[in-house]
Ligand binder design. Structure first.
Ligand code: CA2
Length: 158
């Protein structure tokens, strides 16, 4: 079941980060800023919590672990915010997993991938996502949460 929460169960969002994003804030501040992954997880929990939703956060450097996480939580979750890192540009398996779990997914990138190297211009997951927030830095995650919760609140959403 992927519909909105019923009874007392709050909406649950998954926040998923892919390879190397555990190092946020440690290197490359000119590209990714000084925000850490913990900062982002706290922002997302606060934005969701302000609207009565819960968040489960997960980061892995391994494609299969991310796919397993999505599979394992597909019935519990109502939607997903994902920064898949470089898997965005390479992973047909992640694309297929997003399609398979049949949840609304918002893709987030901290940097503007379209202003960077050509290989970052293509997202293999974008066609199976609700939408993409790219280049807005840390606030992009809050925007993604609100977009997802707006979508879930719309009549007939799934
Ligand atoms: O802009 C984004 O959020 C990206 O998803 C970040 C990915 C990159 O492959 C995508 O094209 C765009 C890479 C994350 C690497 O994170 C680092 C963090 C600290 C130091 C070095 C890399």
């Amino acid at each position: 079941m992927t519909g909105p929460a019923t009874g007392s169960r709050p909406l649950t969002l998954l926040l998923v980060h892919g390879p190397n994003l555990n190092l946020l804030g440690e290197r490359k501040p000119e590209v990714y800023g000084t925000t850490t992954l913990l900062d982002i997880e706290a922002d997302v929990a606060a934005a969701a919590g302000a609207r009565g939703a819960a968040v489960l956060s997960f980061q892995s450097n391994h494609e299969g672990a991310i796919i397993d996480f999505l599979h394992e939580h597909r019935r519990l979750a109502n939607g997903v915010v994902i920064n898949a890192g470089a898997l965005t540009h390479t992973s047909v398996a992640l694309r297929d997993a997003i399609e398979a779990v049949n949840l609304p997914v918002v893709e987030v990138h901290i940097s503007n991938t379209h202003a960077r190297e050509g290989f970052r211009h293509v997202s293999l997951i974008a066609p199976v996502c609700l939408g993409q927030v790219t280049g807005l830095g840390r606030p992009g995650y809050t925007a993604a949460v609100n977009l997802l919760l707006d979508h879930l609140a719309a009549p007939g959403a799934s």
